[in-house]
Design a protein around this ligand. Sequence first.
Ligand code: FAD
Ligand code: SF4
Length: 511
Amino acid sequence: LKTLRLILGDQLNHQHSWFKDDYEDITYVFMEIRQETDYVVHHIQKILGFFSAMRNFANYLKDRDHKVIYFKINDKNNRQKLDENIKNLISKEGFKKFEYQLPDEYRLDEQLKEICKELDIETEAFDSEHFLSERKELEKFYKGKKQLTMEYFYRHMRKKYGILMATDSDPEGGKWNFDKSNRKKWNGDPDIPHERGFRKDVSSILKELEKSGVKTMGSVSEKNFNWPTSREDSLSVLNYFCKNLLVHFGDYQDALHSDEAYLFHSRLSFSLNTKMLSPKEVIDSVIDYYYDHKDDIDISQVEGFVRQILGWREYMRGIYWKEMPGYKRSNKLRNQNDLPSFYWNADTKMNCLHLSIKNSLENAYAHHIQRLMITGNYALLSQTHPDEVDKWYLGIYIDAIEWVEITNTRGMSQFADGGIVATKPYVSSGNYINKMSNYCKDCHYSVNKKTGEKACPFNSLYWNFLDDNREKFKDNQRMNMMMSLLEKKDSKELEEIRTRAKEIINKPEDF
Ligand code: FAD
Ligand code: SF4
């Protein structure tokens, strides 16, 4: 049967069983479309990354004699919408069957179901053969339980795949989780090997993008684009990580430093989320490397990494399919403020925010703790509407795809789901930021002051946030300690804190 198979921009899975099929009657289609470039303002590097990776994968298939139709963003016959391109192709080329892989985003899942309903030819959906759990596996796992925790799902996954297990039921190293040893501050030592990644010329795609009129944010150095955009690139980032960074990954997972945008982080999220790499091969490579270098690498470094991919990444996907579409509207704390304009230009005197946002605008990247404890923390403390926060996170990062962005942003970072992902809000005063980074020493503000002109804004915002949410947090046991410290504040100090916090919230651009 003459068949059209759709490949979405985040379905660049070289190992998919589709490509083992007899290909005589099969044509693959890729589309660079305005529907996808315009649903939010994306970082320029994100669009360049996706388009480059899609083109490379299409060429890979063509080199292996597969039939490929590729719509570039400025092609005249490109109708810029998934449904219109598909319907047009089917009627023009006479396809008798349409096939697609199950998308990771709810919006595309719905759209593709709708398209199939409207087509008068046979249609079929296939698994994307990427994740280690089924869409609904987490939902089944927690059926009937009140509180979800990542830890139990993670243990289930460890057992299911026999990863870092001493026996069928006991973890290697005697512990499931070495999180407590993953909390070191980085002070310039140990050295972080620097020669990383590629220097690619993306000037020609950049020109096409400029011509198309797609609105973007952030910057790019057109001759120095250094994200992996092919399977070879992705494997080389993975190798680099195993050889150079794994040894300290766990220790410095939560560290922040002004000179180091990436620290010991892997930068694998884009390769993973576009499926150029599978989570299983990433985990297997890391574990094989560890077993070959057991004298040099501690299990805590490896477990810390495995937990992110086998634990958090699969958990977030499970939450997404359990909670969507309602999740997208959740705002349990009823936050209503706008996101400050400095999120779009890094123009703030708060050094931690300035550096984290600058880094994001320049690299389409920030590591987890910058996302959670700097930009996310500030957005939550200043009681920003989660829609505004989501829009920013969904656009700015090269790895941002809704299933993993929204669960991290609305759930883990903004507590907008009321505690589905996180058992308490991830908020802190300047104290934590000072403990984990060198940001405060060069800051305009004084991290030890709570009130007064030079006081660190995070301090008053923190106590004001707790104060404003007394009712909502009163039954949350994990908030007990913080709430009882709040109770001990005298009314004069609390009044000063409230006044200062209101000034910051009302005019964030002045800070
Ligand atoms: P590493 O620190 O090297 O971790 C290795 C891998 O583990 C990552 O590549 C990623 O695949 C996985 N991982 C780690 N933490 C998480 C997590 N919390 N959830 C899911 N997977 C995880 N990750 C995205 O992939 N896309 C997003 O849009 C995204 N948005 C986020 C928004 C907020 C507010 C926060 C707090 C986190 C977000 N994350 C997101 C999770 C995490 O910050 C990134 O995966 C990570 O920073 C990517 O960099 P890395 O590859 O160097 O990660
Ligand atoms: Fe950030 Fe406050 Fe430290 Fe300045 S003093 S870097 S605002 S935490």
